[in-house]
Design a protein. Structure first.
Length: 159
């Protein structure tokens, strides 16, 4: 059994770069691909009690319909949820150097709005975003219900 699954929430590092790859000459279709970087950060306290931050940069690749959606709605700084799988590849550049890259090939991308992105009480949703391109803002946590009164400990209860 094998599993290759990646789930990330982070901020887009630059506007997506969109390209068209030569397609099937019989059908005249070209595959659209969007690439961009996504930053994920973790904060922790070191032994001295100082807050440290570690940021990882991920190379994201979105194909066809997802590439179109990224081109239209994803911009630098956008907070995204990206779900996909890892792919590593290598090539030789023009100077003859062997190059390597690890990418996340996106299967699902969702816009995530931050509180400052919200308008009114609704979730952040870009103008004209397609229905399949979901944007979520975490719902507020309702206050806890009051505790039920304790049953008195008495010998005269009917049960």
């Amino acid at each position: 059994m094998a599993l290759n699954k990646v789930m990330l929430i982070g901020n887009v590092g630059q506007d997506p770069t969109v390209r068209y790859l030569d397609g099937n000459s019989a059908t005249g279709t070209n595959a659209k691909v969007a690439t961009f970087t996504l930053a994920t950060s973790e904060r922790y306290r070191d032994r001295a009690g100082n807050v440290q931050e570690n940021t990882e940069w991920h190379n994201i690749v979105a194909w066809r319909g997802l590439a179109d959606t990224c081109e239209r709605f994803v911009k630098k700084g956008t907070q995204l949820y990206v779900e996909g799988h890892l792919r590593s590849r290598n090539w030789t550049d023009q100077q003859g150097q062997k190059r390597y890259i690890t990418e996340i090939v996106a299967d699902n991308i969702q816009l995530l709005g931050r509180r400052q992105d919200k308008e009114g009480d609704g979730a952040y949703q870009p103008q004209g975003a397609p229905a399949g391109f979901q944007a979520h803002t975490p719902a507020p946590v309702p206050p806890a219900a009051p505790a039920e009164p304790a049953i008195p400990e008495s010998d005269d209860l009917p049960f």
